[in-house]
Write a protein that binds this ligand. Structure first.
Ligand SMILES: *[C@@H]1O[C@H](CO)[C@@H](O)[C@H](O)[C@H]1NC(C)=O
Ligand SMILES: *[C@@H]1O[C@H](CO)[C@@H](O)[C@H](O)[C@H]1NC(C)=O
Length: 188
């Protein structure tokens, strides 16, 4: 029984894999990987926890304003960031990565919500060189903000998920902030 099953399955798998051989050997622009590769991989779920240091004041800001009205803090303000991500809340704690990208105040009403377009690039251990991309709405004065993870690279290929951001420290004078992140991500 087992051997007849093997024999009867053989032609089916041959037919399934044949198209990808043809595409590869002819150098076609696209290739269907769904049968050959993706189903063999298991989707992974990861939880990441770190602190984001957004420094606008002082001699070495990690967030700089590149556009907006003369008076900062209103609709249209746009910042480019290269913020440290650390293991603990203290700025001196171990760096796990950097948040590189931009955010802008995208609200005209009384609520301040940022448009976040930021890559979180990690440097620690097996995550070194891998990144996740956040594209979302960040109403900064809410206790917990949820932002979508829309993609990733390296270990985080095919990433999707969400980030929960919670501000643990904010300086109203400079705008400096420390934000705790819990990220839940599915990837291959
Ligand atoms: C951060 O760490 C430094 C050096 O270890 C320490 O002096 C400082 O008090 C810490 N700050 C906080 C807020 O815990
Ligand atoms: C991360 O990778 C880069 C480039 O491969 C390497 O130079 C660096 O030392 C690594 N960092 C850590 C913390 O392992």
């Amino acid at each position: 029984m087992a051997s007849s099953l093997t024999y009867s399955l053989f032609p089916i798998s041959f037919i399934l894999f044949l198209p990808s051989f043809i595409y590869t050997s002819t150098g076609a622009f696209s290739e269907d990987l769904s049968d050959a590769t993706l189903t063999k991989r298991m989707e992974k779920h990861s939880h990441l926890h770190f602190y984001f240091h957004d420094i606008l004041g002082g001699k070495h800001p990690s967030s700089i304003r590149i556009a907006g009205k003369p008076k900062p803090g209103s609709f249209g303000d746009t910042y480019i960031i290269d913020d440290a991500l650390t293991e603990g809340p203290n700025a001196t704690s171990r760096v796990v990565g950097r948040a590189q990208g931009m955010y802008a105040i995208a609200t005209q009403g009384s609520e301040v919500a940022l448009l976040m377009v930021v890559n979180y690039a990690f440097v620690l251990g097996k995550y070194n060189g891998s990144s996740i991309s956040v594209f979302g709405r960040n109403p900064v004065f809410h206790d917990v903000r949820e932002m979508p993870i829309v993609g990733g690279s390296g270990l985080f290929r095919f990433a999707r998920g969400y980030a929960l951001a919670h501000t643990i420290w904010f300086d109203f004078k400079t705008g400096d902030a420390i934000v705790e992140y819990n990220v839940y991500v599915q990837h291959f």
